[in-house]
Design a protein around this ligand. Sequence first.
Ligand code: LLP
Length: 440
Amino acid sequence: MNARKSLKVNGKGHLEIGGADCAELAKQFGTPLYVLDEAHIRAMMRIYRDTLEREYGNGIVLYASKAFSCTAIYAIAKQENIGVDVVSGGELFTAMKAGFPAERIFMHGNNKLPNEIAYALDCKVGTIVVDAYSEADLIDDEAQKRGMIQDVLLRINPGVEAHTHAYIQTAKTDSKFGFSISDGTAEKMTEYLLSKKNLRMRGYHCHIGSQIFEKQSFVLAVEKSLKFISEMKDSLEFEADTLNLGGGFGIWYNDEDVKTDLDGYADSLRTLLDAVKTGCAHYGLQLPRIALEPGRSIVGEAGITLYTVGAIKNIPNVKKYIAVDGGMFDNPRYCLYQAKYTAVLANRANETPCEYVSVAGKCCESGDLIGVNMNLPEARTGDVLAVLSTGAYNYSMASNYNRNLIPPVVLVKNGKAEYIVRPQTYEDLTRNDIIPEYLK
Ligand code: LLP
């Protein structure tokens, strides 16, 4: 099961998350249902925050809220005294609605829209990470209109190829993100940002990808970034005072992944911070403020999705399909990345798995699968199926495909669950629909 303690099998043979019986949760709230364990989320936020504080001092942990965004998660991040990263006007609005302190918000995006930039300045977000010339102009103009100076970082591409799925790699040379160090564009852009009167250029941001286990890739990105900082100090007399190292630490989805406990995440972070200290000493740089942006590792293993098993189809000598009441509309990650998950029959969790099945969704699409070769006891219609490690990039990538309803989210604390995202209704689906007069 997952690396931390939030999941266990109780005396009734039912799966429990954060002390709540999953079979009971399915009865109480219905399925499909996203369930998040609050203690796990807080423990992850704290391990990053405390390790950074203890081992380095000058830094900020930003929860990368693209992994899972709703008002309650910003409320938790606020209580834990960390920052957040947002990547759209919608995420920013959600954070503001939750009363999140704007100065602890970093705004990202490779193509921030003019209205998103204006809104970010109205909110007075702490830092904007610039990823285009046009953006630099827009932020400068909007800041000037408001008589403000906006703190910015430049997103650089250190050219590190991390070992992860190609779609979630972001810092190889061919990427829509960032300004490349190697071809000189990052230097030119640094100069440009320094020339802007209403921007305060603070430093750099890099993010090499997601679901990464090798520390070496992160260390390499640190080394390349510090070398670049030192070059900018020499050539432009600009010494960055902030270095944002992005997110990317991997989590456990299935037994091909490394199980990492809290100490393991602390260790990985320590390795990065050591690389920063060594690099700065080597180049004679002052230790910059370090920002980190973990998303998946904060919420991923904290979450599970509960489904009810419906149709079961056995194709002799081919395979067995177990269909559930969810699918690619609540978890598109198999379709997008062939992501592999672990599933458990939540109401018979102490039974030994005895067959490999494909878990299918209910969308009109053959590729609508939650997983293939999932090892389960013989499932029966009506069983509750729990898919583990779905806290990150599931709810946040959900859709209303086939006009299915996006499942609600409950947060479990001390064995009790409460909605943090209410169930959608069919009325919600047609709320914005309009039939033009001539069609009536
Ligand atoms: N910072 C930046 C600039 C990012 O682009 C990302 C993720 C993060 C931080 C957080 O990375 P994390 O700690 O979560 O690995 N939808 C994909 C993941 C896309 C990640 C995009 N950027 C998936 O489902 O695997």
